[in-house]
Every structure is written in structure tokens, then in C-alpha cells.
Design a protein around this ligand. Structure first.
Ligand SMILES: Nc1nc2c(c(=O)[nH]1)N[C@H]1C(S)=C(S)[C@@H](COP(=O)(O)O)O[C@H]1N2
Ligand SMILES: [Mo]
Length: 345
């Protein structure tokens, strides 16, 4: 096993091998998450990056093409600032708690990615007009959860999402080359979608003329209820109070602050409740169309134990549910969350 640095001072480690770790709440108070504290979710041990890494573009294309790191660096560079959330974030809120990483609330971060539009990379191989999906394959592999052999991490995207200019083949995060945990030397970055679409350690992309039905598309990252499963896609509308923090002792005059985001459109409304009383929060412009939206409310709190809650609405009219929507694998928990605080007289 590789000798890995101790990250416990900058991340809340959920599991050490393979690394799964949350961004600590104090660092989620910042608009852009500092690189060492960006949450990590890895299904398998980190593959070793090497200098002659390349991405193979294959499948429904005119010619199979190998794109080297040097070739990528010579292509037009593009930046995307975005919030990425793991679909399993706040799985621990579900009852009964589904199998899977026991995430609290910190499997979300906002970072600046740099790389090349995936569409530019795909153009090197001339995709056929019959292609309907793009399958992204990671270099990491490991045993399947059902013990039926070994599987590589891979995930498919509809072709229009793959071809969007802001879907990146990324080599840099927050200005520096990707670290091993975050997919060095190259990964996919898919704005608006839950994190599973942003395949790390990208080894190949395949254009497919029929929808993909592999393990990581049909058995994992699916909303499964009563045996019926549909793939997890865009991030559901959500909000998070980051100040005050849970259990914090606070004064009666209090600014409640947080973030709201949705993979389906801009945030149009955030409401904040002090106990049962809801008010409209002030919403400011996000730093980019894909980054979380800041909200705040100048609140006058009663003394004693107080519950704070926030509820976001996006441009499609989607609103966070009051009750948690349970599913077998514990994805997409975007329910309104209560933050208990103690208010001093
Ligand atoms: N190759 C590969 N890519 C992957 C994963 C993985 O296990 N292997 N995990 C996915 C999941 S579930 C998430 S939430 C994001 C997390 O990216 P991060 O670790 O850089 O925060 O990576 C995605 N890409
Ligand atoms: Mo995830």
C-alpha cells in the first residue's frame, strides 16, 4: 500500500483506504474551497500517474485516437468554477442508514478547474453521428460489491452533456496540477452533475451508439426503490447553513449565512427558518453559473435552544423537500436540514 500523507488536519476522513474524506465545515464557509481540503471520494486505491499517460478516444469514431498530456497542454485551455457534490452527501441523515460511505454534510466543495473542453478532445477522433452517449473510463479498478469479479470505475454521459464546452478534461484544480487524490494527471469535470460523472484518472473515453448498461451505470449511483433503479444525474436543489455552525453558542443578533446550489438552473429563492418562522433570505450572485449561491439573513433570535433551517428553490421551481426521500443506496439527500444552536441572552 502506498505511503500516504496524514490528511486528518485538513479533511474529516471517513475512510482511509481508499480515501473518502469530507471538507470540514469551517472551510465550507469560504466561497472557494482550499485545495488540501477539497472532499475526496475514491472507490478504489489511487492509480499511479506517469508522464506518458494518454487518453484513448474510441468507439463510434472515424479513427481511434490517443491524446497525450503534451497534446492536451497544446489545445485551447478553458476554466470552470463550480460546486461539486457527492451524490451520497448526507447519507447519514437517512433512516435506516443505507450501505455506502457514511457521509455527513461535507462531501461538497467549490473549486476552479482548468483543462480542455471534452468536445475539443473528442473532435480529434471525429465522432460518428450515430453516437448517443460518452463512456468515461478511469484507470482505477477493484472488486465489485457483489464479489462478482473486478470492475473499473466508469460512467456514461448523454452526448449533449459530453459535448457542452464547459465539460472539461481537466489537468488543474485551483491553479495547480491535479493531486493524486483528485485524479492526476487528468480527469473529467462535469458541471451541474453529481460528482460520480467527473471520472478521475481518465484513461479512455468511448463514444457509444446505444446507452451504456455496465456495473457503475446500473448497480451503483442509481436511485433504487423497490428494485426499480434509475441513474443519478444532475445535482438536486440544496442549501446549507455554514454560519452559525451546529451546536454553536450565538448571540441574539445573528447573521445566518450559507450556500445554495442546483444542477438544473439558477437559485431563485432561499428561505431561512428560525424555529417555525420562515423569512426570505438575501441571495447574492454566485461567482459563476456553476458555483454555489451565497445567501444570508439578519436574524433576531429568541434565547435558548433554537433550530435554524434553510430551503432553496431553483429556476425550474424545484424546492428542497421537508422530509428525506429514502432510496436503497442513499443518494440525493437534499432535504431541509435543521441546525441546532444555543442563543445566549
Ligand atoms: N476514476 C474514478 N473517478 C471518480 C471516482 C472514483 O472512485 N474513481 N469517484 C467519483 C465520485 S463518486 C465523486 S463524488 C467524485 C469526487 O471527486 P474528488 O475526489 O476529486 O472530490 O469523483 C468521481 N470520480
Ligand atoms: Mo460521489
Amino acid at each position: 500500500m502506498l505511503d500516504v500523507p496524514d490528511r486528518s488536519s485538513v479533511l474529516d476522513v471517513v475512510r482511509a483506504h481508499p480515501l473518502c474524506a469530507e471538507t470540514p465545515l469551517t472551510l465550507l464557509q469560504q466561497a472557494i474551497t482550499p485545495a488540501p481540503s477539497v472532499y475526496v471520494r475514491s472507490n478504489f486505491e489511487t492509480p499511479v500517474a506517469h508522464a506518458d499517460w494518454s487518453i484513448v478516444v474510441s468507439g463510434d469514431v472515424a479513427q481511434v485516437t490517443r491524446v497525450s498530456l503534451d497534446a492536451l497542454a497544446a489545445m485551447p485551455q478553458h476554466e470552470v468554477l463550480m460546486t461539486m457534490e457527492c451524490a451520497g452527501n448526507w447519507r447519514l441523515g437517512m433512516d435506516p442508514v443505507p450501505a455506502g460511505e457514511p457521509w455527513q454534510y461535507g462531501a461538497v466543495s467549490t473549486t476552479r478547474w482548468r483543462g480542455v473542453s471534452l468536445a475539443t478532445v473528442l473532435a480529434q477522433a471525429t465522432p460518428a453521428s450515430t453516437a448517443v452517449e460518452l463512456l468515461a473510463c478511469g484507470a482505477d479498478a477493484g472488486p465489485r460489491d457483489d464479489a462478482a469479479g473486478v470492475v473499473r470505475f466508469e460512467r456514461a454521459l448523454p452526448l449533449d452533456v459530453a459535448m457542452h464546452p464547459d465539460t472539461l478534461v481537466a489537468t488543474h484544480m485551483n491553479g495547480d496540477p491535479l493531486t493524486a487524490d483528485h485524479g492526476a494527471p487528468v480527469r473529467l469535470v462535469v458541471p451541474n452533475w453529481y460528482g460520480m460523472a467527473s471520472v478521475k484518472w481518465l484513461a479512455g473515453v468511448q463514444l457509444l451508439s446505444a446507452p451504456y448498461t455496465g456495473y457503475f451505470q446500473q448497480k451503483r449511483y442509481v436511485y433504487e426503490v423497490d428494485g426499480d433503479a434509475r441513474p443519478v444525474t444532475r445535482a438536486l436543489v440544496k442549501s446549507m447553513i455554514v454560519s452559525p455552525m451546529p451546536q454553536q453558542i450565538t448571540t441574539r443578533q445573528c447573521t445566518v449565512r450559507g450556500w445554495a446550489w442546483s444542477g438544473s438552473g439558477p437559485i431563485t429563492l432561499v428561505e431561512v427558518a428560525v424555529n417555525e418562522r420562515w423569512s426570505r433570505a438575501t441571495v447574492s450572485a454566485p461567482a459563476s453559473p456553476y458555483a454555489w449561491t451565497p445567501f444570508s439573513l439578519e436574524a433576531e433570535l429568541p434565547t435558548g435552544d433554537v433550530m435554524l433551517r434553510s430551503r432553496a428553490t431553483d429556476a425550474t421551481g424545484a424546492v428542497q423537500p421537508e422530509a428525506i426521500v429514502w432510496n436503497r443506496l442513499g443518494y440525493g439527500n437534499n432535504a431541509v436540514r435543521a441546525i441546532p444552536v444555543l442563543v445566549q441572552p
